[in-house]
Unconditional design. Structure first.
Ligand code: ZN
Length: 191
């Protein structure tokens, strides 16, 4: 297990569509170690999620975990979830504006519209199939990570470029209003 280097925007691997993993590959020591490394690297960077291509491996694998994260105190907790070969689709048309950042886009945040409810079909690290509904900010996190596996960054989904902000300016000028709005949203829809 080890912490790997996170590649940043401009690296071509972030723009590739990652490929599906076979269940035999998933069971291999190499891919199981990759999953351990994704978890270690995500936790070390204090991220809420990390996709394999963010550490330079173009396979359809991502990990998500939200504990009491000082970067995102308003986010509902998500137990460690390994996502393999995900297929994600919106349920309904309701969207919410979420101020997002990304470990591969250092020191930049921006506002992205995400579907409030999504259906996620995926495998876990043991090859078990899951078919589940994710909601609210948690649905947003799943959409962000699945986007990575398609070579899409949150930057591409920012429709209003005036919402771009560094972390410093987010803290100074935008955080309070965002947290107030998003807390009301989380209270309304749950996760
Ligand atoms: Zn990201």
């Amino acid at each position: 297990m080890s912490v790997r280097e996170i590649v940043t925007v401009g690296h071509p691997v972030l723009r590739e569509r990652a490929r599906d993993v076979t269940l035999d590959e998933l069971a291999s020591a190499e891919v199981q170690t990759l999953i351990d490394d994704l978890v270690d690297t995500m936790r070390h960077a204090r991220g809420a999620g990390l996709a394999a291509n963010q550490i330079g491996v173009p396979l359809r694998i991502a990990v998500i975990e939200v504990n009491d994260n000082p970067r995102y105190p308003y986010k509902p907790r998500i137990p460690l979830t390994v996502i393999v070969n995900p297929v994600i689709e919106p349920i309904g048309e309701e969207t919410v504006a979420i101020n997002e950042g990304c470990l591969s886009v250092p020191n930049l945040r921006g506002e992205v519209q995400r579907f409030v409810d999504v259906r996620v079909r995926r495998f876990d690290r043991d090859g078990n199939a899951h078919d589940e509904v994710r909601r609210g900010l948690t649905a947003g996190t799943f959409q962000h990570e699945c986007d990575h596996l398609d070579g899409v960054l949150f930057l591409d989904r920012v429709t209003d470029p005036t919402t771009f902000t560094t972390w410093e300016q987010f803290e100074r000028f935008h955080r309070a209003a965002f947290v107030e709005r998003i807390t009301a949203f989380v209270d309304r829809v749950g996760s």
